[in-house]
Design a protein around this ligand. Structure first.
Ligand code: C5P
Length: 259
């Protein structure tokens, strides 16, 4: 039967599957311009990490449920990027997310889950991925890449084997607020690798306290991951940075991964 115009026929068949949805880290980010619609043009390097959510898909069911160490606070309604990926691909399925990627820190947990759904649905369209969220195209491609446009232009790069220690402070930094502040500040460029750092520090001044604690413990200043709130230093520095757990931060050692 031909579906009515304007409707996508939902696909409900298929087998139950468990997908891997890997976190990403933005190693560097330059803002190169602003589009007419207010979105910012980027030139960024992103890598996939070996920290991953599990995405269990049950065709024929519905609803999003969560479990795992970082399930708290994950939305399970239409705001979840998985729900948007299902709508965008015309699929109906129940999805259970086992959250191993810390949330709210800019590590792309929601984007990775959505990208896993796109992969499962056989969708490789990066423009469609970008319509779900700017980090979804990179998560769909994975590995290591130069990312331009507003996130939809993903140029794969040779993989590198690197390890990082990530500190996710107990702060939420709003990505739109950081981009807005970047505009208000007149488009600052950073001394370090991330142009969004001055704007993020302005939006959430407590980030500076975390930066200074990390600098004191690790003996080097960290880099902010995208719009934050995650700070990272190269190398396996869990011993040095473990005391920050008692202050409410999540401290994770992660290596580059493949997808
Ligand atoms: O696409 P995503 O949901 O990650 O973006 C959140 C918000 O961040 C957007 O609504 C936009 O205000 C801002 N943004 C931007 N330029 C980008 C990515 C995001 O201005 N390249």
């Amino acid at each position: 039967m031909v579906p009515p115009r304007g409707h996508v026929r939902a696909v409900t068949d298929g087998a139950r599957v468990t997908l891997r949805a890997a976190a990403k880290l933005t190693l560097s980010l330059r803002v190169t311009g602003v589009r007419d619609d207010g979105y910012h043009l980027l030139d960024a390097e992103m890598v996939t990490l070996d920290v991953a959510d599990e995405v269990r898909v049950e065709p024929g069911a519905s609803g999003i449920t969560t479990s795992g160490p970082f399930a708290a606070g994950v939305p399970t309604g239409p705001d979840n990027l998985v729900a948007r990926a299902l709508v965008a691909t015309g699929r109906l399925a129940g999805v259970h997310l086992v959250k191993h990627i810390p949330g709210g820190g800019g590590l792309g947990g929601g984007s990775a889950d959505a990208a896993a759904i796109l992969r499962w649905a056989g969708v490789r369209d990066l423009a469609l991925a970008a319509s779900i969220g700017s980090d979804v195209p990179f998560c769909l491609v994975g590995g290591r890449a130069r990312v331009r446009g507003i996130g939809e232009d993903v140029e794969p790069l040779e993989p590198v084997e690197l390890a990082f220690t990530l500190v996710v402070p107990p702060l939420a930094v709003s990505t739109p607020a950081v981009y807005r502040r970047w505009d208000e500040l007149g488009g600052p460029t950073a001394d370090g690798p991330n142009d969004l750092e001055p704007a993020a520090l302005d939006v959430e001044p407590r980030l500076a306290g975390w930066r200074d604690r990390i600098t004191a413990l690790a003996g080097r200043s960290p880099v902010l991951a995208g719009s934050g709130a995650t700070w990272f230093v190269p190398g396996r520095r869990d011993d040095a940075l473990a005391p920050l757990r008692a202050e409410g931060a999540v401290v994770v050692v992660a290596a580059t991964g493949t997808d």
